[in-house]
Write a protein of this length. Structure first.
Ligand code: ATP
Ligand code: MG
Length: 500
């Protein structure tokens, strides 16, 4: 065995179960003894899959995801182009996948993963994934609305007001009704009571809402909201279920889907208990087109993302960002990604060259490679890999020829049929429309209008002590109002935490 093969094999050796990534390449030759693998128990140390278009990022994700599934770990992955759906079908013998496995000296055993296909609010095939506006929270909503810091803070005040008045914000029509109310003559008094919220900002938010309503928000926001426990299931044979969020139908709504992915991460964070160090993660999350999340983000938003990513590790969740160049991600996030699979980068433009230099600088120096040169010269389905060893120490960078998936490379045949046959479809297939802020405010304003028209004072019992002439006073003292005045708490991103 060559020095290279022995050195890589030893550096990547692990005591426990591992994800097999591929075999090392040095001086142009494949070393089949140079096993490059990632300890399963280090999968919650997060990671990065990067590389120019067409270099093999999606296939890498698929290869890792199907091994996780086989090890009993549920996986969530965003499928931006629809080509990851093939993970639910067996691979084809005699094709490029078998050729790759044979070259690596490995058996090729085609198999399909247990899969759930999800869609954003039912746009395109897949079980509809929805969330309530209230749970999504003001900060993530502000991100989708491209709000500035002031607007973000104003939205937080509006959410707080809705909570305190027991007005459920389920879908965008509820938020619209509330903002409209606050802007109206009837709501003026209320608006003044919310310190720091300007009527002009309410107007700006109302106008920004139009784009979101037409841009997939009407479909996505509402009930029933996805219970993240449904992403953490195992098949009857013990394999982890791979939940694939099909995004081809909303490719033109990148702001929405990237924020929804972050909502899912944050929701997992809020829901799961502390887990400490586990033999294998509870869930691995693949976050595709991750650069979209950070584009034009406010400082507060970046801090929330960074904090969530840092802390979710101890809840047993690994997050893998997939993007073209590493410097798409803020350095605070990048610094937390212990497992790196860097596919080839191109260096056509000065910008490319800068990104390449930045990418190379994040790797430890190598006794076997000139890293910048390696990053431009690898072939398709090859990557520069560094991971965390059993001891949590970064492994030496290695040019890796990656395994091929046992499931199909390319789209599945019947995503919609599979989704409709899923038990999740019975739960999430149809939207439900519970009584919420829109109806409550409409009823309130209707009641107020004729009275004003008659110029009479409303005949109602004297207001409760401290209640004043609260526009919502009689709603709040009503039966529904009382039922909804539950104590609410908000976590990172201002999400509604599960009520105790
Ligand atoms: N590990 C692999 N083994 C065999 N073939 C591979 C492997 N990785 C990639 N390929 C081949 O390269 C093609 C492109 O790979 P892939 O779709 O993963 O690229 P990508 O980086 O995700 O591109 P994009 O940025 O456009 O999404 C695959 O369809 C497959 O034919
Ligand atoms: Mg891809």
């Amino acid at each position: 065995m060559s020095d290279f093969a022995a050195s890589i094999r030893d550096a990547y050796a692990t005591e426990g179960a591992a994800i097999d990534l591929g075999r090392g390449v040095h001086d142009g030759a494949l070393a089949t003894e140079a096993v490059v693998q990632l300890p399963l128990r280090m999968m919650n140390r997060h990671g990065l899959v990067a590389g120019a278009t067409g270099t093999g990022k999606t296939i890498t994700l698929q290869t890792v995801a199907e091994q996780l599934s086989a090890a009993g770990v549920p996986v969530f992955a965003a499928d931006v182009k629809g080509d990851l759906s093939g993970i639910g079908a067996a691979g084809a013998p005699g094709g490029p996948a078998e050729k790759r496995m044979t070259e690596l000296g490995l058996p090729f055993a085609p198999v399909a993963c247990p899969v759930e296909y999800l869609s954003l609010g039912g746009i395109g095939p897949g079980v509809p994934l929805r969330a309530t506006v209230s749970d999504f929270g003001p900060q993530l909503l502000a991100k989708v609305l491209e709000a500035n810091e002031t607007q973000e803070q104003s939205l937080a005040l509006v959410f707080h007001y809705a909570d305190s008045k027991g007005l459920p914000l389920l879908d965008l029509s509820d938020l619209r009704a509330l903002l409209t109310f606050l802007e109206s003559d009837a709501g003026k008094g209320e608006l003044e009571g919310i310190g720091g919220l300007a009527s002009s900002t309410v107007g700006v938010l109302l106008r920004a809402l139009v784009g979101l309503e037409d841009g997939g928000g009407n479909e996505f926001f509402g009930e029933p909201q996805l219970d993240v426990a449904d992403l953490m299931r195992a098949a009857p044979d013990g394999r982890g279920i791979v939940s694939v969020l099909e995004l081809p139908a909303v490719q033109d709504k990148p702001k929405l889907f990237s924020t929804v992915l972050m909502w899912l991460v944050a929701e997992l964070f809020e829901t799961l208990p502390e887990a400490g160090d586990l033999d294998k993660p509870k869930l691995v999350f693949f976050f595709d087109e991750a650069h979209l999340l950070f584009k034009d983000a406010t400082k507060a938003f970046l801090e929330s993302v960074t904090q969530t990513v840092r802390l979710i590790r101890s809840k047993g969740v690994g997050v893998y960002f997939v993007t073209q160049v590493p410097d798409d991600l803020p350095s605070e996030v990048l610094g937390q990604l212990g497992n790196r699979v860097q596919h080839a980068l191109r260096a056509f433009t000065p910008d490319d060259a800068r990104s390449l230099k930045a990418a190379a600088s994040t790797y430890p120096t190598s006794e076997f490679y000139d890293v910048p040169e390696l990053l431009t010269q690898m072939g398709i389905g090859e990557a520069a890999v560094t991971t965390l060893s059993d001891e949590g120490v970064p492994t030496p960078v290695v040019h890796t020829r990656l395994r091929a998936p046992a499931s199909r490379m390319g789209p599945a045949d019947d995503v919609e049929g599979t989704a409709r046959a899923s038990p999740l479809f019975a739960t999430y297939g149809a939207r439900v429309d519970s009584e919420s802020a829109r109806e409550l405010l409409a009823a309130r304003m209707e009641k107020a209008a004729p009275k004003e028209a008659r110029g009479q004072r409303p005949k109602k019992p004297p207001p409760a002590p401290g209640g004043g002439l609260d526009q919502l006073g009689d709603f709040l003292s009503s039966r529904e109002g009382k039922a909804m005045q539950k104590k609410v708490m908000r976590g990172v991103f201002g999400m509604l935490k599960k009520r105790l």
